[in-house]
Design a protein around this ligand. Structure first.
Ligand SMILES: Cc1ncc(COP(=O)(O)O)c(C=O)c1O
Length: 418
C-alpha cells in the first residue's frame, strides 16, 4: 500500500505530521524508518520523543512478545495486576530510590495531556486556589485544562471557548525580560492584579516552544519561590524525561525536587500509550475514582515500561546520551553554524534546535522538506515554527547519527540556496 489518497480523502484534515512526510510508513528499526516501498529514513523526530529507546528495541520487544504469547491480561482498568506491580517495583527500585525521590505514582489516562489535567486538578484541590502560573513558550497538551497552559496561538484558537485561570510569565532567557524578577513581582506586589496560584508548571527544556533550555539557577530560583510562597511546583517531563536530557529526569541537573512530575511518551518503553503523575505523598489526596479513566491499565505499556527502565539502567543510557550529545553539539557548532552567521542553536542531551528566525522563519520548514527528500525525518518548533528540531532516539548508532547530521547540514545549505 503506497497510495496516500485514502488518508487525503477519508481521514480528518486535522492530521498534521503526515503532511510533511507524505509517504506510507511501514517498518521501523531503532533510529530508522522504512516506507511501504522500502525507502529508508533516518528518524530525528522519534515520534516526538516517544521512542527514546529506539523503534522495536529488541530487549523491550521480547518482554512484550513474551507477555502477549502467554495470554496475560491486557486491559485491567486499574485493577491489581502482576505487570503493574512489576512496573511500580522496578520504577521505585531502579529510578526513584537511587535518586532519593519519594513519590506516589498515579496512572492517568493514556496521553500526556491527561496527566497534566490530573496535576493541575490535584494542585487546585490541595491548595483551594484556582490560578496556575505557566510560562511563555509552554506546551502542555491539547485538552482544555492543559490547553489553557499551552501558549501557541494556533493550538489555543482550537479551544472554542476562553482559556482561563492561567497567568503566563516570561520563561528563562526571554529576550529583554528578567523572568525571575517578573515572577517575584507578580507574586509579591499586592497590586500586581494576579491572585496567588495553586501551582507553577514548567518544562525544564521547552521542546515545542523552540528548544529553550532553562538555566540551573533559574530552576533553583523557581523552586525557592514555590517554597517561600507555598506554591506547588509541577515539572512536565513528558517530552524531555526518560533520559532525553542526559539524566532520567530533566530536573536532576538542577538538583531540585518538584512536588509533582508528569511523565508520558517514552515511559512505556515501546511507544505504547501511558502517562503517569508522580506526587509527593502528602499531596496525594484525590478520592478513589476522582480522576478515573478506562485506559489507565494498559498492561503492555507496563511491561514495555518495566523493560524500558531495565534497558535504561543496564545500558547506562544516561552516560551514552552525554557522550553522544558531544557529537551532536560539536557537529552543529563546527559544521552548521559556519553556514550562516545568523543561525543560532540551543540544546542539551538529545534535544537540539537550530533557530532560523534571524534569517527567515519559513527556512526551518524548507529544511524539513529538503531533509525528507534526502532521507531524514525532522520537525520544526518554536516561535513562527522557525526552529529546526533534532531529536534522535537515545540508542542511535554513532554512524547513523553522523549520517543524519550531515543530511541536516546539506539540507540547510540547499534550502538557503533556493
Ligand atoms: C511537554 C509536553 N507536555 C504535554 C504534552 C502532551 O502530551 P500528549 O500529546 O500525549 O497529550 C506534550 C506532547 O508533545 C509535551 O511535549
Amino acid at each position: 500500500m503506497t497510495d496516500i489518497s485514502v488518508f487525503e480523502e477519508k481521514e480528518s484534515q486535522v492530521r498534521s505530521y503526515c503532511r510533511k512526510y507524505p509517504v506510507v510508513f511501514d517498518r521501523a528499526v531503532n533510529a530508522l524508518l522504512f516506507d511501504s516501498e522500502g525507502n529508508r529514513y533516518i528518524d530525528f523526530l522519534d515520534a516526538a520523543g516517544s521512542m527514546n529507546y529506539g523503534h522495536n528495541n529488541p530487549e523491550i520487544k521480547k518482554a512484550v512478545l513474551d507477555y502477549l504469547s502467554d495470554d496475560r491480561i491486557i486491559n485491567a482498568l486499574d485493577m491489581y495486576t502482576v505487570a503493574k506491580a512489576e512496573f511500580i517495583e522496578t520504577f521505585n527500585r531502579d529510578i526513584l530510590a537511587p535518586r532519593g525521590l519519594d513519590y506516589k505514582t498515579m496512572f492517568c489516562g493514556p496521553t500526556g495531556t491527561n496527566a497534566v489535567e490530573a496535576a493541575v486538578k490535584l494542585a487546585r484541590k490541595n491548595t483551594g486556589r484556582t490560578e496556575i502560573i505557566a510560562f511563555g513558550g509552554a506546551f502542555h497538551g491539547m485538552t482544555l485544562g492543559a490547553l489553557s497552559l499551552t501558549t501557541d496561538r494556533l493550538s489555543r484558537e482550537g479551544a472554542g471557548l476562553p482559556l482561563t485561570n492561567v497567568t503566563h510569565v516570561p520563561y528563562d532567557m526571554t529576550p529583554g525580560l528578567d523572568s525571575i524578577r517578573y515572577l517575584r513581582w507578580v507574586l509579591g506586589d499586592d497590586h500586581s492584579g494576579t491572585d496567588k496560584p495553586a501551582a507553577i508548571i514548567l518544562e525544564t527544556i521547552q521542546a515545542e516552544g523552540g528548544i529553550n533550555v532553562a538555566s540551573v539557577s533559574w530552576l533553583k530560583e523557581v523552586r525557592e519561590i514555590c517554597d517561600e510562597q507555598g506554591i506547588i511546583m509541577i515539572v512536565d517531563d513528558i517530552q524531555v524525561g526518560n533520559g532525553r536530557s542526559g539524566d532520567f529526569f530533566s530536573f536532576e541537573r538542577a538538583g531540585i525536587v518538584p512536588d509533582m512530575v508528569v511523565l508520558s511518551k517514552s515511559i512505556s518503553g515501546f511507544g505504547m500509550p501511558m502517562s503517569i503523575l508522580l506526587i509527593k505523598p502528602q499531596l496525594d489526596i484525590f478520592r478513589p475514582a476522582e480522576h478515573n479513566g478506562t485506559f489507565r491499565g494498559n498492561q503492555l505499556s507496563f511491561v514495555g515500561g518495566t523493560a524500558g527502565i531495565k534497558f535504561f539502567v543496564n545500558h547506562k543510557l544516561d552516560k551514552e546520551v552525554k557522550r553522544k550529545a558531544v557529537i551532536i553539539e560539536s557537529f552543529i557548532k563546527e559544521q552548521i553554524m559556519p553556514i550562516d552567521p545568523r543561525l543560532e542553536y540551543r540544546g542539551i542531551g538529545f534535544i537540539w534546535g537550530i533557530d532560523m528566525n534571524n534569517i527567515s522563519p519559513s527556512l526551518a520548514l524548507k529544511c524539513v522538506h529538503k531533509a525528507f527528500e534526502n532521507g531524514l525525518i525532522c520537525e520544526v518548533a518554536g516561535r513562527n515554527d522557525g526552529v529546526l528540531k533534532l531529536m534522535p532516539a537515545l540508542t542511535v548508532e554513532d554512524s547513523i547519527l553522523e549520517e543524519g547530521l550531515e543530511i541536516v547540514r546539506k539540507s540547510i545549505i540547499s534550502a538557503l540556496d533556493e
